[in-house]
Ligand binder design. Structure first.
Ligand code: FAD
Length: 333
């Protein structure tokens, strides 16, 4: 007999894992199906969350609401898996030149920036409300946890497995009230939501070794985190498209910033899915009433996923409208 679930989640990257935990905390039944792609964005992510976005160093959209439940969410996951994944760390941002220092002093006239700056001098600014999630552990432990409860299976979705009847979606062999696609850039390969204008932004991160320790994150165009004894992760590169352009330049930059010889161990490559306005895309399919999506997390998956999955949940279960800035409706003519 086919088992019935409240939800099926397609994709177990940061978006799918986070939705799964949210459903678990709310006592919903669900199944996660994932094709275990090697180049998913989540597998390359450093996992940093920080209140500042992009080269122009703007404050993250909806900062206080998005960050409000973030640390609480990952701490709750930690309690279930019994492994530490969340590390709260300040970010040290060394200035390149006087212009950087001036720009930060101008930003500091804004009260919202004052709230995130811990200290500033003529060499660097230190910002707070930041840290990182060990994404590799988050993904593997989530998979292990839900596999042990028969809620996770390896499965590659393709159009042939999808049945549409009375404007409802079913997957051959599985039944659920709701299906949520969390497939990152591979959403484009499926016949649903494939008209969404999501762009490929590829990038690398690297694992290196150094006999040294840092109790904070460094950010100077690239980021450097010391995750455990001698282990340093460096990231990230950004390229429009899906090409793996490599990490050599970034590794040299990291060596210059630390003025130390980081020993290369391993590189990671992934393709982010970014919307035109660089905001997440969540909501329901325009025609199929039990089909939903979480996508477009860009370079902010760790901070946006808890907020977005909560918004989608409240939309489905409690009929609460999703904010227009992240609602899929903004792209549907
Ligand atoms: C180099 C790099 C560094 C980054 N650093 C950070 C960072 O420090 N902080 C941060 O917040 N974000 C970072 N990001 C961005 C972050 O990785 C993304 O925002 C996030 O991973 C997006 O997650 P996702 O679950 O939407 O998509 P994905 O990670 O792409 O996951 C999609 C999942 O769907 C599965 N899937 C795909 N097709 C199918 C199918 N047909 N059937 C079944 N399953 C399928 C895949 O196997 C995969 O598990 C970085 C990204 C890169 C590339």
């Amino acid at each position: 007999m086919v088992k019935k679930y409240d939800y099926i989640i397609i994709g177990q990257g940061i978006a799918g894992s986070t939705l799964a935990w949210n459903l678990y905390f709310k006592n919903k039944t669900f199944l996660i199906l994932d094709s275990e792609n090697n180049n998913s964005a989540s597998k390359a992510a450093l996992g940093i969350y920080n209140p500042i976005t992009g080269r122009r160093k703007a404050l993250t959209w909806n900062l206080h609401k998005v960050f409000k439940g973030l640390e609480k969410f990952y701490t709750r996951v930690e309690k279930n898996i019994g492994i530490k994944i969340l590390f709260k760390k300040d970010i040290h941002r060394p200035f390149k030149n006087n212009t950087d220092w001036n720009d930060w002093n101008i930003r500091l006239s804004n009260q919202n920036f004052q709230k995130i700056v811990k200290s500033i001098d003529d060499k660097k600014v230190i910002t707070k409300m930041s840290g990182y999630v060990n994404v590799k552990k988050y993904l593997t432990q989530t998979r292990k946890y839900f596999k042990s409860k028969n809620r996770y299976y390896k499965y590659k979705l393709n159009d042939k497995n999808i049945v549409i009847k009375n404007n409802e979606i079913r997957l051959n062999g599985y039944y659920a009230k709701h299906i949520v696609m969390c497939m990152g850039i591979d959403q484009k390969k499926i016949n649903f939501f494939n008209k969404l204008d999501i762009k490929e932004v590829s990038g690398n991160s690297v694992l290196t070794e150094l006999d040294y320790s840092l109790n904070y994150i460094i950010n100077k165009k690239i980021s450097i985190i010391n995750t455990s004894k001698n282990k340093f992760y460096i990231g990230s590169t950004y390229h429009n498209g899906s090409e793996d352009i490599g990490y050599i330049k970034m590794l040299d930059e990291a060596r210059n910033i630390l003025n130390k010889h980081l020993i290369f161990k391993k590189s990671f490559f992934g393709i982010r899915s970014a919307s035109k306005d660089r905001r997440p895309i969540i909501g329901r399919h325009s025609r199929i009433k039990n089909l939903y999506i979480i996508n477009g997390l860009g370079s902010k998956g760790i901070s946006q996923a808890p907020y977005c999955s909560d918004k989608l949940f409240n939309y489905i279960e409690n009929n609460k409208e999703i904010n227009k800035e992240i609602n899929i409706k903004r792209f549907i003519k």
